[in-house]
Design a binder for this molecule. Structure first.
Ligand SMILES: [Mg+2]
Length: 347
């Protein structure tokens, strides 16, 4: 089962600005009177009526509908709502895989034994709406590929079930670019090769496809036949990032400890940047030579810079250190992480 929120960012904005529900509303870059760069991230169905779509240049949206409501992306706010949604969705599956801020697969194979899948999906939708106030669409299929395509067909606010025996016929009349994993460029190349529909692609010569696309070519033919063996894989969210250091000789030299906090802080920031995170909480750990250990934490405005981390950790050290004792070990940790990147998108 794929559970995907409907026009998620704007739906979140509607929760705190109910007045935008009945007008075209867009979350994306600042349109700057039509001169703005960047794109529409999400828009509601009122905006879609005018032909506005996510991924469209914001300037194009502005030309179509200058009087729409334009809002900037507030990722932190959306993540809070997403957390509520994902906690809810997770309880409905034996396996759970979050694929983006507003989408997750759950394995419900055993959960729907002896009961209608439709009823189960309705219960998921109801729970999401009750807990988070957001509407979603659900696709159900024998594998992730079919669930994903079914979900697209269910939008908005719908449920689409495709049984295994119907999977192939469900997709065969679709245009190749509706197939999962086929972006605009791949679709163009497939059309140039004479494959317009998924059904045509399903009969393609695999060797020829591999010659053209590499191993992805064989995968596309499998997809076109409705086959997808990939598992729903749990991804364990990173909760915190930290580093510790044990001094060779216990020390009460404040300069030495501060230098080490600086070094640890820089290492932590490297991982923060690699993961594309921001952090809001800094924790300093001090272990003394008598083996007592103390944790000191402070929350700050979301940051990803070394200075924010190191200055906070040093302040915690200066305010809390027991100058009577020697220090054996020091640790620096950041938590309350959020992704500083936008939504994942398949091109
Ligand atoms: Mg969505």
């Amino acid at each position: 089962m794929l559970v995907d929120m409907d026009y998620f960012f704007v739906a979140c904005e509607e929760l705190r600005h109910p007045e935008i529900r009945n007008v075209p509303a867009i979350v994306g870059s600042d349109p700057k009177g039509g001169a703005g760069r960047g794109v529409v991230m999400t828009c509601n169905y009122n905006a879609r009526k005018y032909g506005i779509r996510s991924g469209m240049p914001i300037s194009a949206a502005y030309r179509i509908k200058p009087d729409a409501v334009y809002m900037k992306l507030d990722y932190e706010y959306y993540e809070k709502i997403s957390e509520k949604i994902m906690r809810t969705v997770k309880t409905f599956g034996d396996k759970f895989e979050q694929v983006s801020i507003d989408e997750a697969y759950i394995d419900v194979t055993k959960r729907v034994e002896g009961r209608p899948a439709l009823e189960y999906a309705e219960a998921v939708k109801k729970a999401v709406f009750e807990n988070a106030g957001i509407k979603c669409s659900i696709g159900i299929g024998p594998n992730k590929l079919i669930a994903k395509i079914a979900c697209e067909k269910a939008k908005p606010d719908g449920i689409k079930i495709v049984e295994e025996k119907d999977a192939k016929s469900f997709i065969e009349k679709m245009s190749v670019d509706e197939l999962y994993g086929v972006g605009r460029k791949t679709a163009e190349r497939l059309r140039a090769m004479g494959y317009e529909t998924v059904g045509q692609l399903a009969k393609a010569n695999i060797a020829k496809m591999v010659g053209e696309f590499g191993s992805m070519g064989a995968e596309l033919v499998r997809y076109a036949n409705g086959v997808d063996d990939s598992e729903i894989t749990e991804n364990y969210a990173v909760k915190s990032i930290g580093r510790e250091f044990t001094f060779e000789k216990d020390t009460d030299d404040m300069n030495e400890v501060e230098r080490e906090i600086g070094r640890l802080g820089n290492d932590v920031i490297e991982d923060v940047k690699k993961g594309g995170f921001t952090f809001k909480t800094v924790t300093l750990k001090l272990r003394y030579s008598d083996f007592t250990e103390h944790l000191h934490s402070r929350s700050i405005k979301a940051a990803s810079e070394a200075a924010a981390l190191i200055n906070t950790a040093k302040a915690l050290y200066n305010e809390n250190v027991d100058a009577e004792k020697k220090i054996r070990k020091v640790g620096v940790r950041v938590s309350n992480l959020a992704s500083s990147r936008g939504q994942k998108r398949i091109v």
